[in-house]
Ligand binder design. Structure first.
Ligand code: NAP
Length: 244
């Protein structure tokens, strides 16, 4: 494979789908990962119709052994692994006093443990290639905390510590690791917001609107670029100026 190979998790819809399309447009070969095969198929077809290069793998990221296998097999099949975008994420919101152990564990498992396993598996092929770009999708909730999201905020905050550690361990070998932390983005994850809620939220956002998946994809494209090698261990908040 001549092109740089990029794994994008959670690529079936939402932000991950936009990231996959953007990286393909940037000339990467994208390996799109999620559970929904039909949606991944349609993504691969859209990218191919646009002249890009993409294949896909179904994987339940809650299964750590499957994540390890997935990354190893992709690196082996293509003879390289250059970019890893850990985007997949879930929410199981609830107030602290009502949150079950299971809901805490489920969110930590998909949003943090799978990222650790993917980074660990990606380290070898990236070190071999003397190049790597790890981009982990966090959240403003991981930076600020959020009511009703003790599990999600803990996972996303943990992602920052994990990413900075990966950056420090692999930085001297050409591998960077950064977090992109979105604010409110219009996807299935925020579909519980009705038009009135969206209007209210927008009033608190400096640029006056919710984000779209392409806003996040642009930041990932920037951090995954060949010439972004001097940016590592950073948290790039992409929230339209939410707290200003
Ligand atoms: P989304 O529309 O709900 O999409 C989630 C993606 O993750 C889907 O592609 C889903 O694919 C995949 N996924 C979920 N569980 C999985 C599992 N067990 N195994 C494999 N894939 C799994 O969410 P989104 O809004 O695009 O969010 C993407 C990332 O951005 C997440 O990490 C999220 O925490 C973060 N984020 C989003 C917002 C926002 O406002 N939307 C804000 C801050 C941060 P399948 O269902 O096909 O498996």
């Amino acid at each position: 494979m001549d092109k740089r190979v990029a794994i994008v998790t959670g690529a079936s819809r939402g932000i991950g789908r936009a990231i996959a399309k953007r990286l393909a447009k940037d000339g990467r070969h994208v390996v799109a990962v999620a559970r929904n095969e039909e949606q991944l198929k349609s993504l691969a077809a859209e990218i191919a119709a646009d002249g890009g290069s993409c294949d896909f793998r179904t994987c339940d990221l809650a299964d750590g052994a499957a994540v390890q296998r997935l990354v190893e097999e992709v690196a082996e099949k293509h003879g390289r692994l250059d970019i890893l975008v850990n985007n997949a994420g879930i929410t199981k919101d609830g107030l602290l006093m009502r949150m079950s152990d299971q809901d805490f564990d489920d969110v930590l498992n998909v949003n943090l443990r799978s990222v650790f396993i993917a980074c660990r598996a990606a380290a070898r092929p990236m070190l071999r290639g003397k190049f790597g770009r790890v981009v982990n999708i966090g959240s403003v909730s991981g930076v600020e905390g959020n009511k009703g999201q003790a599990n999600y905020s803990a996972a996303k905050a943990g992602l920052i510590g994990l990413t900075k550690s990966v950056a420090k361990e692999l930085g001297a070998k050409g591998v960077t690791a950064n977090v992109v932390a979105p604010g409110f983005v219009e996807t299935d994850m925020t579909s519980f917001l009705g038009p009135e809620d969206k209007k209210k939220v927008s009033e608190h956002i400096t640029v006056g609107r919710l984000g779209v998946p392409e806003d996040i994809a642009a930041a990932v494209s920037y951090l995954a670029a060949d010439d972004a090698g001097y940016i590592t261990g950073q948290v790039l908040v992409v929230d339209g100026g939410l707290p200003m």
